[in-house]
Write a protein of this length. Structure first.
Length: 166
């Protein structure tokens, strides 16, 4: 229901703002502002996106929780989509999402509404696991293959990969 209202209300708000701003400053300045915000928004999204990617790489290298950098990256991506959409309302929302304090507030709100059942990563994530045979470390696990050697079962000939005796 909320998504339907958003798809209904956002275009109405944008049209009303275009009419108001266009009536106040004229057609060409209004179009120039729309193009300028798209260009400025693209540049800001690129710079903020690079910073978010650096933070994400850093969290992976330090084996820390990547949820916050991923959320910031997703919000920057969404801000870019809003900034490329022509309109003053979507531009205002897009520019707001490009501000780190706003993204942090949105992240904290979303984090309070979402429950993570389990999260494991890195070398410490194997704690509490029990392996068959009493092995406590993954180094104690030996991987092997087997071959059925049931009596009376004869191989059918060469495998087909090589030309063997026929």
């Amino acid at each position: 229901m909320y998504l339907f209202l958003a798809f209904l209300m956002v275009p109405i708000i944008e049209i009303a703002l275009f009419i108001q701003v266009g009536g106040a400053i004229g057609l060409w300045p209004t179009l120039a502002i729309v193009v300028l915000t798209a260009v400025l928004g693209t540049w800001l999204v690129r710079t903020q996106g690079r910073m978010a990617m650096g933070q994400l790489r850093s969290s992976f290298q330090q084996l820390s929780d990547p949820a916050e950098p991923l959320a910031h990256g997703a919000m920057i991506l969404f801000a870019g989509a809003l900034l490329l959409t022509p309109g003053f309302f979507t531009d205002a929302a897009g520019f707001a999402l490009l501000m780190p304090p706003v993204r942090l507030a949105v992240y904290r709100y979303l984090r309070s509404r979402i429950t993570v059942a389990q999260f494991q990563m890195g070398p410490g994530s194997i704690q509490g696991r029990h392996y068959p045979g009493g092995a406590d470390k993954p180094d104690d696990i030996i991987d092997g293959d087997y071959e059925d050697v049931t009596p009376g079962k004869q191989p059918g000939g060469p495998s087909g990969w090589v030309d063997g005796p026929r």
